[in-house]
Design a protein around this ligand. Structure first.
Ligand SMILES: [Zn+2]
Length: 215
């Protein structure tokens, strides 16, 4: 099973990625992890990527795609893969379609986890982070406002403030919708309502993906 998973901020993408990885026994591949790994191993591609990052620039799409290709050619991808948070742009999506065709690993399904802005504001607005140890908790789990691990004060991360969350969702919508239109021209693409509780979302994924599973 080869899956492309994209999700709005606060859609529970990390949790669902872990479930899908388990469900199909496939590696979880994120472009950020690949980039960090190439850089830390000091590969050719990693050194090139580091130059852009050190100059405060985005790593160009062809370089990212070359890294993705290297990763998809690893032996652990024989049963498929889960690509997380990639492609992010139309150029990357077109690159992925070309790459997947060339290495004969077509995408079985693209998934987008949709969630309403109001729901994300509610979810992230109740998240708290310990100022001292960075542990993540919620208002409900720590009503006293102090960290259970170290006693430090719990704060709302600036990224989780309602106006910032709404802006992040707008950016996601603007960038990701066109990406999905590219994928939709080539592959099955599934929209999932991720405003539901996490277990219901996992179940919806299982039901939707079943028909594309051909081991
Ligand atoms: Zn703490």
């Amino acid at each position: 099973m080869r899956i492309v998973l994209l999700g709005a901020p606060g859609s529970g993408k990390g949790t669902q990625a872990a479930q899908l990885k388990e469900m199909y026994g496939i590696p979880h591949i994120s472009s950020g992890d690949i980039l960090r790994s190439e850089v830390s191993r000091g590969t050719d591609l990693g050194r090139q990527g580091a130059e852009f990052m050190n100059a405060g620039q985005l790593v160009p799409d062809p370089l990212i795609l070359a890294m993705i290709e290297g990763r998809l050619r690893q032996p652990d991808t024989r049963r498929g893969w889960l690509l997380d948070g990639f492609p992010r742009t139309v150029v990357q999506a077109e690159g992925l379609v070309e790459l997947a065709g060339r290495i004969q690993q077509p995408v079985d399904a693209g998934i987008v986890l949709n969630v309403s802005a109001d729901e994300v504001v509610r979810r992230l607005g109740s998240r708290r982070v310990c100022r001292d140890c960075q542990a993540v908790t919620s208002v409900a789990e720590a009503p006293a406002g102090t960290c259970r691990l170290c006693g430090g004060p719990l704060i709302l991360r600036p990224d989780d403030a309602p106006e910032v969350v709404r802006r992040r969702i707008e950016v996601f919508e603007a960038q990701t919708r066109p990406v999905f239109e590219v994928l939709r021209r080539h592959y099955a693409v599934i929209d999932i309502d991720a405003s539901q509780p996490l277990e219901r979302v996992t179940e919806a994924l299982r039901v939707s993906l079943d028909r594309y599973d051909h081991p």
